[in-house]
Design a protein around this ligand. Structure first.
Ligand code: C5P
Length: 414
């Protein structure tokens, strides 16, 4: 029977035998940090990829693997009945087939069949397997029974291929699990209760930050001078003011309390992470310096100078802010940044209109103490309503608060 109303939610974390099983460690840690009681259950073969000892140390109770490990001969019914939710990450093609077929020949599948709790599966496998009709059929069967499927992402897979099949971002998995458990996400430690005070209390904010890295080969990339300081300051300030904040960042800077961090590397990663999270957001602030161009071809192995100077052909990256403007739902506030070195306001105003945003924060990054990597900034906030707010040179935290004041005013007016 699921726990009492004031007890921490009881989640069974199932791990099957995929290379991304190591990412389940992060799912486990984040769920425990969010105040969830995590009971890890590994399949026998999953232990070839990741150690039981790791889950023993990070989970809320000892890891279980076999049907006969426990003193009790029926651990699957204990787990299945006690669970408020079961999440399987990664879910391999084999695990999905056994679950869809009602097999119960190990502790994880037996628990899945024995539970009445919501179940979330996070498939991860090679692209060919993901696209195989049997896998898609099993997922359709499971979906029709009410199982939540968090699809894999597109990206580099084990073995170097690129395509759909990579396990969904652990932060996203944890967000969905907390969401299904009815727990607020992103304030205090992830999943803690929202503070009652602050002019952004209850507002869901997505902030992007940092300069993306666009790979040339496994050891080289193209990037820019962005440090992520202004975006991180915005995320921290929004959390201080009571918002539920998700920070999608290409920067490895530390982040203050109350912010759910989603690390990304490329513009494509950032696009997937921002678009999936912005659907439910009240405010989206694109402070990231997203690369405008990326190498058209990413070499799978290191380029050598002995092979001559490589020709670097670039292609445009997806314009995330433009896409956000296109998809924007009623009442959502959208903020962009325009870091310029000349004709600053003219260019910023053109981007404000072209990308369909409410506010464009313009900064002249050629000026002393302004923009990239400085601790200070000087900006002008241009509004779609024709307004202009000058924010003179000051610390990035104070600039963040000035931007959020404008966001608050827009939210109040809606
Ligand atoms: O077009 P430009 O790069 O100058 O626009 C800057 C604004 O657009 C920033 O808010 C940045 O985060 C966003 N942007 C984006 N996707 C891109 C390039 C920029 O969302 N590919």
């Amino acid at each position: 029977m699921p726990g009492a109303a004031d007890a921490p939610p009881f989640v069974v974390l199932g791990v099957s035998a995929g290379i991304s099983a190591y990412k389940a460690v992060e799912v486990c840690r984040r769920l425990v940090d969010a105040g969830v009681h995590v009971a890890p259950v590994l399949t026998e073969r999953a232990t070839r990829f990741v150690g039981k000892a790791t889950f023993d140390a990070l989970g809320s109770e000892p890891t279980q693997i076999g049907l006969w490990d426990e003193a009790s001969p029926i651990p699957h019914t204990r787990l299945g009945q006690r669970a408020d939710l079961v999440v399987v990450a990664p879910a391999t093609a084999d695990l999905l087939a056994r679950y869809a077929g009602g097999f119960a020949d190990d502790l994880l599948t037996a628990t899945l069949v024995a539970t009445a709790a919501p179940v979330v599966v996070c498939p991860a496998m090679h692209t060919e397997m993901w696209e195989h009709p049997s896998v898609q059929h099993n997922l359709a069967v499971l979906s029709s029974r009410g199982v939540t499927v968090i699809p894999p992402e597109e990206g580099r897979l084990a073995g170097g291929d690129v395509g759909p099949g990579r396990l969904a971002d652990p932060a996203l998995i944890v967000e969905r699990v907390l969401d299904l458990l009815g727990r607020p996400v992103g304030v205090g430690s992830p999943g803690a209760a929202a503070p009652a005070t602050g002019d952004l209390a209850g507002i869901r904010v997505v902030v992007s930050a940092g300069g993306t890295r666009e790979p040339i080969d496994p050891v080289r990339f193209i990037t820019n001078r962005s440090s992520g300081k202004q975006g991180h300051a915005l995320a921290e300030a929004a959390a201080r003011r009571g918002a539920q904040v998700v920070l999608v960042t290409a920067s490895s800077r530390p982040v203050g309390p109350g912010v759910v961090v989603v690390p990304v590397e490329t513009a494509a990663d950032m696009e997937a992470a921002v678009l999936s999270r912005s659907e439910g957001a009240d405010v989206v602030i694109m402070a990231a310096a997203v690369a405008d161009f990326r190498p058209k071809v990413v070499h799978g192995s290191k380029l050598h100078k002995t092979d001559g100077v490589p020709e670097l052909i670039l292609e445009p990256t997806p314009d995330i802010l433009f896409e956000l403007g296109r998809r924007r739902r009623q009442g959502q506030v959208l903020v962009g940044f325009a870091a310029e070195t000349d004709r600053v306001f003219e260019r910023a105003r053109a981007k404000l209109v072209g990308k369909g945003v409410d506010l464009m924060v313009a900064n002249d990054v050629a000026a002393e103490g302004v923009g990239f990597d400085h601790d200070t900034n000087e900006v002008t906030i241009l509004g779609a309503d024709g307004s202009t707010t000058e924010v003179p040179l000051r610390g990035k935290n104070a600039v963040a608060d000035a931007i959020l004041d404008r966001v608050c005013a827009l939210l109040c007016a809606r």
